[in-house]
Design a protein around this ligand. Structure first.
Ligand SMILES: *Cc1c(COP(=O)(O)O)cnc(C)c1O
Length: 365
C-alpha cells in the first residue's frame, strides 16, 4: 500500500473504527465445530425435500414482501409475543441491535451493558459513535451487581441498556428481580436479549407491556436456523414504529422469508432438537466437571463455560484443536474470564469426542 493511500484512509476513517479488530471467525474446516453456539442437527430428509420444493416456486426476480407478513405471523405465534405488542424483523438480531442503537445515537449518549457480555453491544455502540459503559458482573457467579448498575445508570444516563438473558459468554440467567429493578430505574430503553430462549424456561416476553421501556429480542439462530439470519424485536408500538424507520427496505430476503416460514410450520422438529441439546448439556456438564482441574459453571444456554487450571486455557484450547475439536477460548478477554473456555453443546457423538479429548488434554498438557 502506498503512503498516500494509507494517509488518505487514516485521514477519513474515524479513529475509533481504525482501532477496532474485525469480528473474528475461526477456520473450522474438518473440525468438530463446537465454537459458535450452532444447533448441530440438520433437517430430516423428508423435510429437506419439501423445503427444496418450496424454493423451486419461490421467485427471486421480485423484491420480497417488505413487511414479511407471512413470516411475521408465524413468529408472533412461535415466540408467544403478547397481543397488542408490535414486532420488527432484522437480518439476525445483530441488525436489530444496530437499528436500535442507530436510532438512539448522539454524541453525548451511551449504551450500557454488563461485562463479560455479548461483544456486539460494545462494537455496535462504537460503529454508531456512542460511548459504551460495561458494568462488571460479580466475580465467580457472574451475577448482576445491582448497586453498581444503578449507580452507573444514574451517572451515565444510558439511552439503552442491553441485557442478554441467559447471558453470553457466561451461560447463566440473571436474577429476574434484579432485571426488573434495572428496568424500573433505567432512564431509557432496556432490551432483554433472549437469543438462548430455546434452552431455558425463563423469559421476559410475557411481561411486555408492563413497562414502557422494555423490549424483548429473539433470534432463530440458536434454535437451528443460524444460516438464514433472522431476529425479531418485540415491544410497544411507539418504540418499534420509530426503529422501523431506520430499517433498510427488504432487509429480510425472499429465501429467508420462505425458508423460515416453512421451518416454523415444522417447529416441532426444532423443539425436539433443542430438547435433546438441553439433555446433552446436563450430561456434558457432569462429564466435564468430573475431569481433574475443570470447573463447569451452571448454564441455561446451549454452551458451557469452563475454567481450566491457572495458565492452562490457551494450551488446552490448542491441544483440543490439534485433536480436531474446535471450541472458543475466552482467556485474555475480560479479566473475569481468565482461564475460561466455552464449548457449544453438540450431538452425543461430538460431546463424547470433546469429553475424551479434554480428558487426554487435562492429563497431558
Ligand atoms: C448469538 C447471539 C446473538 C446474535 O444472534 P443473530 O440473530 O445470529 O445475529 C444476539 N445476542 C446474543 C446474546 C447472542 O449470543
Amino acid at each position: 500500500m502506498s503512503d498516500t493511500l494509507q494517509a488518505l484512509v487514516a485521514h477519513w476513517v474515524r479513529p475509533e473504527i481504525r482501532e477496532l479488530n474485525a469480528y473474528h471467525v475461526q477456520p473450522a474446516h474438518g473440525m468438530i465445530k463446537l465454537d459458535a453456539m450452532e444447533n448441530p442437527y440438520t433437517w430430516p430428509e423428508d423435510l429437506r425435500d419439501a423445503w427444496v420444493e418450496l424454493l423451486r416456486v419461490t421467485d427471486v426476480n421480485r423484491y420480497p414482501d417488505p413487511a414479511a407478513r407471512a413470516l411475521a405471523d408465524r413468529l408472533f405465534e412461535a415466540m408467544a409475543v403478547p397481543h397488542g405488542m408490535r414486532m420488527m424483523l432484522g437480518n439476525g438480531s445483530d441488525e436489530l441491535i444496530q437499528m436500535v442503537t442507530m436510532s438512539l445515537a448522539g454524541p453525548s449518549r451511551c449504551v450500557l451493558s454488563v461485562d463479560p457480555g455479548f461483544v456486539m453491544y460494545r462494537m455496535i455502540a462504537t460503529f454508531c459513535g456512542m460511548r459504551y459503559v460495561g458494568v462488571p458482573l460479580t466475580a465467580d457467579t457472574f451475577a448482576l451487581d445491582l448497586p453498581a448498575l444503578l449507580q452507573a445508570m444514574d451517572e451515565h444516563q444510558p439511552a439503552v441498556v442491553f441485557l442478554a438473558y441467559p447471558n453470553n459468554p457466561t451461560g447463566n440467567l440473571f436474577d429476574a428481580a434484579a432485571i426488573e429493578a434495572v428496568i424500573r430505574a433505567a432512564p431509557g430503553l432496556v432490551v432483554v436479549d433472549e437469543a438462548y430462549a430455546p434452552f431455558t424456561d425463563a423469559s421476559f416476553m410475557s411481561r411486555l407491556g408492563e413497562f414502557d421501556n422494555l423490549l424483548v429480542m429473539r433470534t432463530v439462530s440458536k434454535m437451528g436456523l443460524a444460516g438464514l439470519r433472522l431476529g425479531l424485536l418485540a415491544g410497544p408500538a411507539a418504540w418499534i414504529e420509530q426503529f422501523d424507520k431506520v430499517r433498510l427496505p427488504y432487509n429480510i430476503n425472499a429465501l429467508t422469508q420462505a425458508s423460515a416460514t416453512f421451518a416454523l410450520q415444522h417447529k416441532a422438529v426444532f423443539d425436539t432438537q433443542t430438547a435433546a441439546i438441553r439433555r446433552e448439556r446436563e450430561r456434558l456438564a457432569t462429564a466435564l466437571a468430573a475431569i481433574e482441574g475443570v470447573e463447569v459453571y451452571p448454564s441455561e444456554a446451549n454452551f458451557l463455560l469452563l475454567r481450566a487450571p491457572t495458565g492452562k486455557a490457551t494450551a488446552w484450547f490448542n491441544a483440543l484443536r490439534d485433536r480436531r475439536v474446535l471450541i472458543k477460548c475466552l482467556d485474555g478477554g475480560h479479566p473475569l474470564l481468565r482461564d475460561c473456555l466455552r464449548p457449544t453443546v453438540g450431538t452425543p457423538d461430538e460431546n463424547d469426542a470433546l469429553i475424551a479429548a479434554l480428558r487426554e488434554v487435562a492429563a497431558e498438557v
